[in-house]
Design a protein around this ligand. Sequence first.
Ligand code: G16
Ligand code: MG
Length: 217
Amino acid sequence: KRKGFIFDLDGVIVDTAKYHFLAWKNLANSLGFDFTEAQNEQLKGVSRVDSLNKILAWGNTTVSEEKFQALMTLKNDEYLGYIDKMGDSEILVDVPKVLDFLIANNQGVSLGSASKNARRILEKVNLISKFETIVDGNDVTKAKPDPEVFLNAAASIHCNPEDCVVFEDSVAGVQAANTANMISIGIGSKDVLHEADYIFNDFSEISEHFLNELIYK
Ligand code: G16
Ligand code: MG
């Protein structure tokens, strides 16, 4: 049976979440305030615009539309500086193993990311060829937890939503997958991702037996 397997990027395939955090934190600091790692969980999977809106609210700060755009550019420039130094060694544990297993078993494999930098990152870590299709922040109008990105990804690999499985590290992403009627697999902590259908710390805990069950279910 051919199912669709949709991967989030940041925090699932590579740990770019730490670079987003650094860049946003430096931006907040330059505006005279700070935010915590717990608050940062709320930024995961969330679009660039929505992230900046949240951060400014935490700092009780408002800016003009022009300044808002300038701040987003500033953050992204710093972020891209980190990205451009990335290589294969930053791929999270056993991600290629799972991708290769799914490809060898003729499953649909797509990327569903909120990031506008998704292609650049996948090229940097040499994984771009593993994905049949890529749906990213340039292709959607509604950010996670809206299911648009995953519904588009499912359509792009010609799979019905209920035949799709989503790997996600963010609360917003797990909610998006659930709303799309897909099986949600949380990658990360049980405390944060309890809304997911299954939760694993990382891909080393995902066996071929488990993947086969998803395929034949
Ligand atoms: C990612 C991150 C978010 C980030 C968003 C937009 O999504 O998790 O923290 O704000 O992309 O990224 P960019 O500024 O690169 O367009 P995902 O869905 O891959 O986890
Ligand atoms: Mg993510």
